[in-house]
Design a protein. Structure first.
Lengths: 365, 147
């Protein structure tokens, strides 16, 4: 196999990048701030897929790439490598989440009740075209309740375990740098559960949805019901040099449990990600639910979905096919021509032999 | 009552730090800047941005896994052999330094009443903000009915 660099294209490459950026114009602090304020769900999606939580950096990456999501995630992952890791925080637990949205499709009367939170689930999908003719679309303000919702909500799974419907989860004792980390060690199969869940947390949304949807449509063994879905804020609990643990702020997270109803008891699939992105966590939890016993090559098989939902690698591999492959392509053409020539020669040889054995000219009378 | 180092009246060190980490950046910087004079010679040991990895416990099997990393600003300073520490979310080195200055003041017992008043005011502001958020959330509570 041989590779050659493309020569003589420096100016064209420089101009092509300028042409890409020309369409976007100047990137100003105001533009970044506006993107951050106006597109929180897109910012969340980029932060989750980049596995780096900072709204300003995510907005900047979107501004710099013109909204090209794969490039934005790649920029953020590249930038991340320039930063030291200061600490590993204390693990976030479900019962400590500052909860904004919490619903269950399995039980209507869950402990703590159901709060819809911010959602368009029950909305009419009507485009506000009046904005294009000069009007301003101002959403009606929320009418707050007289009393606040409890900040922390009990776990549906814990309640199910108390009622003998689920095996209770045994809390992990692994902490800090001992928690397996796919950014520092290779993803090997069968994967550690910590690697699986971390990979799904940083998975590309479209990839997770495509494979999760395949499982939901019947290309999996278990049909999911959403046991509990949460959009929440998690405290980042770090340690002071004198040992005091404290919250250094909050980040938005999404978390989904889906449940399989087949068999003697219930069985859960789980996924969570940084930012609010419920499509991704429901799809990813479906994959987690379907993974045990999935046949090799099925969309629900762990190796299949973990490799194919890694957005930076997948997009990078996909777009590399448009880069010069002249030598390998010419080599394939040479092989093709050689095969054709050999086939033609083989076809010609029996004809010649036949002609020797059975001459077509009539013998002289 | 003896207070532990870093505590304020009615507030543990954890409380003080958590409130400072979430305090309004502009107000925090404005409050902390004059403290430099009171603290005298300060050694700045660290003032940088970096990442904190955030793990979570899976509710299906109880396994700890990493959600991803969060950009943080950190400051470590010292005076009279005592360390002040600041860590806040985002990219604001001055705010992290301001937090470390307040933490150091509290640890050294300097400007105790001012620090207590500042932390109290910020705590009340944060509580009010959370309450307003949760009242909007409560407005979306739903009682599902089956037919």
């Amino acid at each position: 196999m041989a590779y050659v660099a493309t020569r003589g294209g420096e100016r064209a490459i420089e101009q092509s990048q300028r042409l890409f950026k020309a369409e976007m114009g100047a990137i100003t602090p105001e533009r970044v701030a506006e993107l951050r304020a106006a597109l929180p769900y897109l910012i969340d999606r980029v932060m989750g897929e980049a596995s780096l939580y900072d709204e300003d950096l995510a907005a900047l990456a979107l501004a710099q790439t013109g909204g090209e999501m794969y490039e934005a995630a790649l920029l953020l992952r590249a930038w991340r490598t320039t930063q030291p890791r200061l600490q590993v925080a204390q693990p976030v637990t479900q019962d400590a989440l500052f909860t904004h949205r919490r619903i269950s499709a399995a039980f209507k009367d869950i402990p703590g009740g159901q709060v819809l939170g911010p959602t368009l689930d029950y909305s009419h999908r009507i485009l506000a075209t009046e904005v294009l003719t000069g009007d301003t679309h101002t959403p009606a303000p929320v009418e707050p309740a007289a009393k606040p919702s409890p900040a922390r909500q009990p776990s549906v799974a814990a309640w199910q375990a108390e009622n003998g419907l689920l095996d209770p989860a045994v809390p992990d004792q692994t902490l800090g740098n001992d928690i397996p980390d796919v950014t520092r060690e290779p993803l090997l199969f069968p994967a550690k559960r910590a690697h699986t869940l971390q990979s799904l947390a940083r998975a590309e949304t479209g990839g997770a949805l495509a494979l999760g949807y395949a499982a939901q449509r019947g290309y999996g063994q278990a049909h999911p019901t959403v046991n509990e879905l949460r959009l929440a804020e998690a405290e980042i609990v770090v340690e002071h040099p004198r040992g005091t643990r404290f919250s250094a702020g909050r980040v938005k997270i999404s978390q989904a449990e889906v449940v399989d109803k087949k068999g003697a008891g219930l069985r859960l699939g789980f996924s969570a990600t940084m930012g609010w992105n419920e499509v991704k966590v429901i799809a990813a939890a479906t994959l987690d639910l379907n993974a045990p016993g999935a046949p090799k090559g099925a969309p629900t098989e762990e190796e299949f979905f973990l490799y194919h939902t890694e957005g930076v690698e997948a997009s990078g591999f996909c777009i590399h096919f448009k880069l010069p492959h002249y030598v390998t392509f010419q080599s394939s053409l040479d092989a093709m021509r050689d095969a054709k020539a050999k086939a033609a020669a083989q076809q010609a040889q029996p004809a010649e032999a036949d002609a020797t054995e059975h001459p077509t000219t009539e013998p002289a009378q | 009552m003896n207070r532990q180092i870093g505590e304020l009246a009615g507030r543990t060190h954890e409380d003080v730090l958590s409130v400072l980490a979430r305090a309004d950046a502009t107000r925090l910087k404005a409050f902390a800047e004059p403290l430099i004079t009171d603290l005298g010679d300060i050694e700045v040991r660290e003032n940088r941005t970096g990442l904190v990895m955030l793990p979570m416990r899976d509710t299906a099997q109880g396994v700890h896994f990493h959600l991803g990393e969060v950009l943080m600003s950190e400051a470590r300073i010292s005076a009279a052999g005592i360390e002040g520490y600041g860590m806040r979310r985002g990219r604001d080195l001055e705010a992290a330094m301001a937090m470390a200055l307040v933490d150091l003041c509290v640890a050294l017992g300097l400007r105790h009443d001012d620090c207590a008043a500042f932390v109290e005011a910020e705590a009340q502001s944060q509580t009010a903000e959370d309450e307003a958020t949760l009242k909007r959330v409560e407005a979306t509570r739903v009682d599902m009915e089956t037919f």
